[in-house]
Ligand binder design. Structure first.
Ligand SMILES: Cc1ncc(COP(=O)(O)O)c(C=O)c1O
Length: 389
């Protein structure tokens, strides 16, 4: 049994979440998506051992690295991958950039389903592609894909769709049926699905993550899956992620771009961290999932029972909770500042996820239960004052 209650002191460690200059004194940081838990001991052991090696010249990834990815994807996600399909990248966003460049040209259109993780907009815009926004439907806090709307915005220039699976910020774990319908539409119109699966290993007990790649294959469509141990094992700064690319032509182009940008070299610590995570930390992952679900339960239950002005649903996956402030009298553009000033909680503001996120705030609950309790108590006290309704 791991003890997540005690967390880990992160202040004064150059950690963005706690030490960024704008966080402020006595503010509970519930913004950037990483965890306030100590990592799994197997990962620490491997990193310490790697540090003792004494030579850190260029190196390549070991067989064990590839086997660890293959075995994890197969056992955990029922997605057997061939070794050749695995393309190491430093992080998922880098993978999204390369993937989009590999499957489209400047001026081509890329669909994103909003609200969605902010850098999706940047990836499309900064690479000279045209963003086509297909808003998700929000029915009482439950987000679904708008398939009719999505089909209606497809043109001859639409070459890619950036999928967030599971979805940040809504916490939806897309079902096989939803993904099948999406894959069918994209295959029919020769649109490559670039699937960001970074949140696929924090999943609630009622849901199951589905990798879209085999579904795309059945339809004869193409797909790039970007995955990483960084979110579930809290190792974002170690920089390890993988793009899984079945299509050889796309893969060769992806790797050509990696070569041009000098992005092919691996890092000795990344390799060890991934092996420690994927091969030796099953129990830790299981327990952290349970703990996070407990955090979500108490947070959402409290809000639903005590703060009727806020609308919230339990996410099916991720450790992120998407809260609707639109029924309060706080102006949308002030929500983040108001929560920081009056509740001493720092969140991500809804518009980080695009215009479709206006009026919302995202809370990160990957932290000790006591922080979650402090957060909802502060919210409760704030909303108990009548003028906020
Ligand atoms: C959906 C999604 N993709 C990518 C990232 C960032 O991943 P990386 O640091 O590997 O680029 C995040 C981080 O919050 C995320 O939520």
């Amino acid at each position: 049994m791991y003890s997540f209650d005690k967390g880990i002191e992160r202040r004064n460690t150059n950690c963005e979440k706690w030490d960024a200059p704008f966080v402020g004194e006595n503010v509970l940081p519930m913004w950037v998506a990483d965890m306030d838990f100590e990592i799994a001991p197997a990962i620490t052991r491997r990193l310490v051992k790697a540090a003792g090696k004494g030579a850190f010249g260029y190196q390549f990834l070991s067989d064990q690295y590839y086997e660890a990815v293959q075995s994890f994807m197969s056992k955990k996600h029922d997605y057997p991958v061939e070794r050749d399909w695995i393309c190491y990248v430093e992080n998922v966003v880098q993978g999204l950039f390369l993937a989009l460049e590999a499957v489209s040209e400047k001026g081509d259109e890329v669909i994103i389903q909003t609200p969605v993780y902010g850098p999706f907009f940047r990836v499309a815009k900064e690479s000279g592609r045209k963003i086509v926004e297909s808003r998700l439907r929000n029915e009482d806090g439950y987000y679904t894909m708008d398939f009719e709307g999505l089909e209606a915005c497809i043109t001859d220039r639409t070459k890619a769709l950036l999928l967030c699976n599971p979805h940040n910020p809504s916490g939806r774990v897309w079902t096989k049926e939803e993904l099948t319908r999406l894959a069918g539409i994209c295959a029919e119109h020769h649109i490559c699905i670039i699937s960001d699966d970074i949140h696929s290993d924090i999943i609630g007990r009622e849901s199951r993550h589905t990798v879209i790649a085999p579904i795309c294959r059945e339809f004869g469509g193409s797909c790039i899956v970007c995955t990483s141990p960084s979110k579930p094992f809290n190792i974002a700064s170690v920089h390890v992620a993988n793009c899984l690319i079945e299509d050889e032509v796309i893969r060769k182009e992806f790797q050509r771009l990696q070569g041009i940008y000098h992005m092919k070299d691996c890092n000795a610590f990344a390799e060890e961290a991934l092996i420690g995570a994927y091969e030796e930390s099953d129990e830790w992952l299981k327990e952290v999932n349970e703990y996070i679900e407990g955090n979500i339960d108490v947070f959402v239950d409290y809000i639903q029972k005590n703060i009727p002005a806020l609308k919230v649903r339990k996410p099916e996956g991720t450790y992120l909770v998407w809260v609707d402030f639109s029924q309060t009298n706080i102006p949308a553009e002030d929500i983040k500042e108001e929560l920081k000033e009056k509740c001493r909680i720092l969140v991500n503001e809804g518009t980080f996820f695009g215009e479709a996120g206006k009026g919302f705030a995202r809370f990160n609950l990957a932290c000790p239960r006591s922080y979650v309790e402090q957060a909802f108590e502060r919210l409760g006290e704030y909303f108990a004052r009548a003028e906020h309704f």
